[in-house]
Every structure is written in C-alpha cells, then in structure tokens.
Design a protein around this ligand. Structure first.
Ligand SMILES: [Ca+2]
Ligand SMILES: [Ca+2]
Ligand SMILES: [Ca+2]
Length: 329
C-alpha cells in the first residue's frame, strides 16, 4: 500500500483493507493501493475516504412562557446549543394559527393570541439535519397576563486573580415592569446591586464557579447561569522609559513598551495628556507642541483580564533642547 492513513491495514493475501479511523483523522483521507504479480508487474488505484465525526443534535435550553393574554403579543426567544457548534435553524411544528418563528434567531412571535389552550412545538435543527423538539402547552386567558423578564446581557466567563470582576446585568420585561436583580448562586464575596444589576466581585479567587443571576418583576423571574473561571494573572509592566522633553515646534515621539509575563495581548491608552497628543496602535505617543510648558502625561497598559500598569510623567516642552531629561512620577 504506497500510501494510507495511520492505522490502515491491508492483508497481502486476501486484499482486504481495514481501517478504524480515530477522532484525529476526521476529514478527507487518501488511499493508494497496488497489486503486484510474481514477475513484478503491478496495477494501482487511488481513492479518498471521507471521515465524519458522530453528530449530536442541538438542545433547546430556554424555558417557554406558557401563559398569554388575548390580543397581547406573545414572544419567546428560543435558545439552543449544539455540541459541535453547528449553525442552527428554527421552525415550528404544531402551532396556533398566526404564530411564527424567525428561522435564524429563534424568536417566536404571535401578535394576536386567541383564547384557549394551544400546543406549540419548536424545532431546532443543525446543519446535519439532526433535530430536537420542545413541546409545550400555551394557555391564552381572557385578560392580559404578566410576562416574565428575560436577561439579555452576556457575561464575561474568564477573569484574572487581582482584577475586580464586574458584569452589568441587563434584562427586559415585555410589560415594562421595574426589575429587581438577584444572585441565585455565586462565589463568596460576589454581590449584585438589586436596582442597577451591577455584579461585582472585588477580589476574585482562582477557581471555577457556577454563577446564577436573576431578574424579577415581583411575580415572575428570568435567570441566567454561567461558568466563571478565575485564573492566576500577573499585571503588565512598563519596560520603556518615557521621553520627557522636547523642543517647541519639533515632533515628539515616544514608543511605549510593556511586558506581560503571561503573554497576554496588551492595549495602551493615554489616560492623561495635553491636547493634540495621540497614542497609535503601535504604542507611539506623538505630539507637535507649539507652546512652552510642562504637561502631565499618563499612559495606561491593560492586559486581557483588565490588570493595568500606569506610567505618569511630566513632559517638558522647551524652546531649546534639554540635555538632561527631568522625570517626575
Ligand atoms: Ca450537531
Ligand atoms: Ca412582567
Ligand atoms: Ca497578564
């Protein structure tokens, strides 16, 4: 067998080719086989085998609202996940007349519900046409009903030790009710402002935590559950010395450099600067000064967890060149 994927075996007598692909062998695999006679003449054949992984159907993870009022628009934002991350499509099976679903977003809408008990069937299917259904009973009452709020914000699931963790919880209530925010499950030290929805953990401890947050309209609530991982992190450190003097009318340029021992991508910001001074994406502080004077400058470097280092100095602009830079922190 001149060429074959790892693990393929060809019986030289019977010509039986056998192969059990592994998970690392997904995709197109090339085979070339050859049959040789006793005098050394041969004939060959090449072919490709496509290896597919086992597909898992999507799962619908959201809980449907099961009550509505006559003529009161009914909405349900269907959420679904797929283990392979396949693109999902939504459709409706059994449903009351007039109910629709957005094929891509999963937003179910029924503008004018009619009195009675209705069966609704939501279908989420992945790109392999594997699907899952959610079936429920929707009761439409003669009067308007209270509808549960829904959390619309997305949390950050990764942070570093030593950096304050914040998450602004946002939710919407179809009836416009005032909402109250709660922590249903949280690591010790985490708190939420019941009115603003600001989640704060000022001293995160390394580990993996389940966090559940809720928004409540006084009668009904909506919840969101997520995993927060806190990893050890070192803040970035400036390694460059600021250039603190320049000549009036000359071009001032100082390239900021910093080091992060975790190798995090860094971002730079001018947190204090005279008017007209800029910092570009290459970390170059630039200014063309026209006035003599001393100006405070502050540059901040931030790693991906929000840990920072600050470099502040007074920048001296003179009519004549200075030989000795003056630096104040
Ligand atoms: Ca799938
Ligand atoms: Ca409500
Ligand atoms: Ca870092």
């Amino acid at each position: 067998m001149p060429s074959a994927p790892t693990g393929a075996v060809l019986d030289p007598l019977t010509g039986v080719l056998s192969w059990q692909p592994t998970e690392t062998q997904l995709g197109d695999r090339e085979f070339a086989v050859r049959v040789t006679d006793s005098r050394g003449s041969f004939s060959g054949q090449g072919f490709t085998v496509q290896v597919n992984g086992t597909n898992t159907p999507p799962a619908i993870t959201s809980v449907p609202p099961t009550a509505a009022g006559v003529g009161q628009p009914y909405r349900y934002a269907v959420e679904a996940t797929d283990p392979e991350g396949d693109a999902l499509r939504f459709s409706l099976g059994e449903r009351p007349e007039g109910m629709t679903v957005d094929e891509l977003t999963g937003e179910v809408l029924w503008d004018a519900p009619t009195l009675g008990t209705h069966t609704v069937e939501i279908i989420a299917s992945d790109s392999h046409n594997d699907l899952n259904r959610q079936r429920y009973t929707l009761v439409v009452e003669p009067t308007a009903v209270n509808q549960a709020p829904r959390i619309t914000s997305t949390p950050q699931g990764l942070t570093g030790v030593g950096t304050e963790y914040t998450y602004t919880l946002e939710a919407e209530d179809p009836d416009g009710d005032t909402l109250n925010y709660q922590l249903l499950e949280a690591p010790e030290g985490m708190a939420v402002d019941a009115v603003t929805g600001e989640v704060l953990w000022d001293k995160p401890v390394a580990g993996t935590y389940t966090v559940a947050v809720g928004a409540n309209d006084g009668r009904l609530g909506g919840a969101q559950r997520f995993t927060l991982t806190v990893v050890d992190n070192s803040p970035p450190r400036f390694t460059s010395e600021p250039i603190a003097t320049a000549v009036v009318g000359g071009d001032y340029s100082y390239t900021v450099e910093a080091l992060d021992i975790d190798g995090d991508a860094l971002s730079y910001q001018l947190t204090e600067a005279p008017e007209g001074m800029s910092l570009d994406r290459f970390g170059r502080v630039q200014w063309q000064a026209t006035d003599e004077g001393s100006f405070p400058v502050e540059v901040t470097v931030t790693d991906r967890f929000g840990a920072t280092d600050v470099q502040s100095y007074r920048y001296l602009n003179k009519f004549q060149a200075q030989t000795k830079p003056k630096r104040a922190l």
